[in-house]
Unconditional design. Structure first.
Length: 218
């Protein structure tokens, strides 16, 4: 039986993502499963791999360096996401993330303006929002959203970042989890419970093992 029973107060889970990241996408789909089996409500926010990496481009492999440079492939989608949120609210951001992520990751479509416009149409948003990807008009808001998430966990992480209120009212925040494929049902619930358990311990920082499998989207 689901713990998400009628009348149960839901725990807000703030989730920062960059739509270009396949691992963040898998974690986000897991969080949608968590909403079904635990009294959790996800609140979506934007962070940026381009912002995260702008001061360390020379340390990145060439493939990632080009994507993360100003104007590179990771910038347009996240800028459009911020524009959608600013103009149409957080529910629009959630719809657009699903539409973009499905195209980028499940369908393997290129990160082009045409793909972004198709995602906007599916999300019920104006196609003109795609133009935001070509400018820095929303970069102030993008950087503020990114900072709000990254300040909770530090610079030595990536996307996604998740934060929930702890028993003392302070935020419990962490990077990840990195998992593939996205767990469903009770497996999703077990991973959520365990993640919160370890993240709530003061002084706990990291569990990690070598990835032996790439992202599995289906």
């Amino acid at each position: 039986m689901s713990d998400n029973a009628a009348g149960t107060a839901k725990t807000p889970a703030d989730f920062w993502f960059d739509p270009s990241c396949p691992w963040a996408w898998l974690t986000s789909r897991w969080m949608l499963e968590v909403e079904k089996v635990r009294p959790v409500e996800v609140r979506w926010h934007v962070m940026s791999l381009g912002v995260l990496n702008e001061d360390k481009l020379d340390q990145l492999p060439e493939e990632y360096r080009e994507k993360n440079r100003p104007g590179g492939a990771v910038w347009a989608p996240v800028r459009v996401c911020v524009a959608a949120e600013q103009q149409h609210g957080p529910e629009a951001l959630a719809r657009l993330y699903t539409a973009l992520g499905t195209r980028f990751h499940n369908q393997g479509l290129p990160r082009t303006k045409e793909t972004i416009k198709a995602a906007l149409e599916e999300a019920g948003l104006p196609a003109e929002l795609a133009d935001a990807g070509d400018t820095d008009a929303y970069d102030k808001e993008l950087r503020a959203s990114h900072k709000a998430g990254i300040d909770l966990v530090g610079q030595e992480v990536g996307t996604p970042v998740i934060a929930v209120p702890g028993s003392d009212g302070a935020q419990i925040a962490f990077f990840g989890p990195v998992v593939t494929p996205a767990p469903k049902g009770e497996e999703a619930a077990k991973l959520w419970d365990g993640t919160l358990m370890v993240a709530s311990i003061p002084g706990f920082y990291e569990i990690k093992r070598t990835r032996t499998q790439g992202p599995v989207f289906g």
